[in-house]
Design a protein. Sequence first.
Lengths: 370, 310, 328
Amino acid sequence: MHNNDNNAAPLLEVDRLCVEFPTRRGVLTAIDGISMNIRAGEILGVVGESGAGKSLTGTAITGLLERPGRVAGGEIRFNGQRIDNLPPEQMRRLRGKQIGSIFQDPLTSLNPLYTVGRQLIETIRTHTDLTPKQARERAIEMLTEVGIPAPEHRIDQYPHQFSGGMRQRVVIALALCVNPKLVIADEPTTALDVSVQAQIISLLKNLCHEHHSAVMLVTHDMGVIAETCDRVAVMYAGRLVEIGPVQEVVKRARHPYTRGLMGSIPKLGEEVEYLTQIDGAMPRLTDIPAGCAFSPRCPYATARCREEKPELLSVGADQVACWLWDDAEPGTDPRQMFEGSKKPDGLSYKTVTAAEPVSKPILVCGEGAK
Amino acid sequence: MQRLMTFADDWHRFLDSDIFYSFRRSRITMVAAVVTLFLILAALFAPWIAPHDPFDVATLDLMNSELPPLWMEGGDPRFLLGTDSQGRDVFSSILYGLRVSLVVGFAGVLVAMVIGVGMGLLSGFMGGLTDAIIMRIADMILSFPAILVALLINGIALSFLSQEAMHESAIYVLVLAIALTSWVQYARTVRSSTMVEKSKEYVQAAQVIGLPPMLIMIRHVLPNVLGPVLVIATINLGLAVLTEAMLSFLGVGMPPTEPSLGTLIRIGNEFLFSGIWWVVIFPSITLALLVLAVNLLGDWLRDALNPKLR
Amino acid sequence: MLSFFIRRLGQSVLVMLAVALLAFSMFRFVGDPVTNMLSQDASVEEREQLRENLGLNDPLLVQFSTFVSNVVQGDFGISYRNQRAVSELIAERMPATLELVAVAFVISLLVGLPMGVYSALKPNSWLSHLFQTISLVGISLPTFVTGILLILTFSVTLNWLPAFGRGDVVELGWWSTGLLTVSGLKSLILPGIMLGLFQVTLIMRLVRAEMLEVLRTDYIRFARARGLSNRAVNFGHALKNTLMPVITIIGLQLGAMIAFAIITETVFQWPGMGFLFIQAVNFVDIPVMSAYLILVSLIFVVINMIVDMMYYLLDPRLRADRASANSH
């Protein structure tokens, strides 16, 4: 288990990172004091709703925030070295070489005017001393690795001659061609057909394993997280609400938001009448409430939640930003509250079977609960 | 009272809107607006502001000819910007010229707008052959520079009219030439908007209950295209003034008996080497200022209404 | 490739036929060609003879086809004003215009392109703001005002450069060039700047807008994420993608410059086609007007075609689409 070798220094440390966007209506804090680590070879999933700041975290790590966005606080360390304040040229050398990136939409990630090969060779030659010929061989090798048939032939083709799934394979080849230690994959399958999503994810997982690359997998697909990641970080309105080993977070969520999020995934082979739905919507960055950002939607929110911003608390193998855990009597588990608690509108969290108390939370209406 | 209230509401909403914000933030736009307003007012009240009537031959005195501007040696306090070779007050000529330039510009834009919106509605609503013909003509016009098309229209008109008749009707020919070269943009915008609207259910519903769908549509389309049409009109006002000035400068626009700024520059250009530079410089500055200010307003309006284009 | 070329050629021929029809209608229906050609005391017989010679009594369709076949052979008729063959007049004037346009075009590219690229790459630097201001002034300043200011400064006040004419020209066959003499070159400077300046602002604005757009695309962000150098991203990727659409418009501008040369030629009394045309408009010299119209249209159409071909050769997407479309 990865979370046991804590003595190994993390590959990437994000420490109280803040990202701001100054606008004419005031400064928007898009990322508000996020801390997370990624260890070498580990896959960290980052989940959350659209606009929670997942992608922005990745962008901030690669130093590609677009103006007027800026890192307003905190530190990012890579291999122990601080990188958020590196001069642009040094940061550039790090990108691609040490930190690879995979973007969401393979259709727009490749320059339409250059062949796939040229883009690969250019990347390889930027970061290594290979001759053009060697670089081309390496490029073909890479295309073979990502599973593109007849790579000697296809290397001289233009991106529009590839299908979406094939293009994302090319993008993966581009991200991995110089063996980066970390790959930031920003929703790598969202724009793809459902049928190829699984292929791309397993390709990504296997290749990164072979190349010993750690992955930060940004996604809103909980299924992908559960199958792929070692640990998972849950973001809400620019803040981290929970981070921990994937089994802990997925099966025994400690934060009410994570719990709602997990409950919203349908599972095959289970008879479920209703999926959980979290009432309301994520607040806009312009009006994030005081205290816990989730408090207006949280059925268990207390006065403290509405006033005081929760810190990350270590609970077991997990870290969670929720006052319920701070306020709980020692030895009790606040998750017991999740069982059968009533909300004003008559909705409640219920479980299907008693044998597995918290694994399949669903939201059931009053009548349906009989 | 009710109406007054909603007007006040609208006004406040406007003051709070992004458009007004961007207006206030851009100092250069504010300056442009002031300059434009100032020039329009000056043109409007030219007969009252101008110290002389430059076209009343009786008041002209050759003794006053080629006087330099007031602040130069030999300047006459009666003639702020000096006089031309016939003793005309340059300042007064500019005011009257501005008047002509603006009238032609506004009229050109207005006629272009009417033609363009009409063609766009027709094209979008009728579709098929009508649409194809109108759009091909539009393509043709657009693929040639406006100045060439305007010159041709002018040349053809000239050949039908006698010299005297041409002088009298020059202003109409100019307006027509400007309008015929600049209606295409309106037509394209209105056409696409009309085509979107046409497929909506209320049009079919109108057809079913026997209402003329064209009328119904116009009432729905026009409010939708008001914004873009206004932007095009503002941008084209600068262009129209410029086209008029070019044609007049080339000698096929306004005659010297009723000069626009372009005509004044053309006349002044003939005295370029005789040292009376003020005859050509001041009308040029006025024209450039007018076009620049209107263009700045147009640019800002386009950016404010369509931030994507920025 | 071939079918694309043929289709494109067909379109061009259609456009040219439409223009020829317009020119023919001008010739035939604007005023009476016979009255225009003969002196006022010509007898009725002379008139009838000319009508017959011009073929004005034939059916319209026959007249039109004669007109087109004459035009194709370079016969545009006789100028009403100076009784010379129009083709001769135009051949005399064409080199002057083409040299002027070429110089202005080179100036506009050499200045406009770098300005546009710079202000897209460094949108917030003071120099970019300066460029923006200059371009706004440049686009608003009527070209003839620019020309007059240039003459006032460099000819009247400083007396450095000539204010009119082409200077000494050298005859190379039928082509007279001003590029080979000092006075010819000096004469080209002011009109070249005047004609080029407007294009400079246009090209600069266009390149800037297009490049800003390209710099925001995913593939540029991805190229940065791959750690490519700024130079490779900006000039290897962004510039190439910017120039694709820009080429079209710059090509069309080349055609527009030939038309705008009318104004420059008037200001500088440049003995080119534009000057000839404006005189023709003033004297209702229809044969010269229609010949100019046809010629300028032809140049337009040819430029358009070349631009399309270049686009086709440069953009792999088009190439492949056409190839696959043709194989089906």
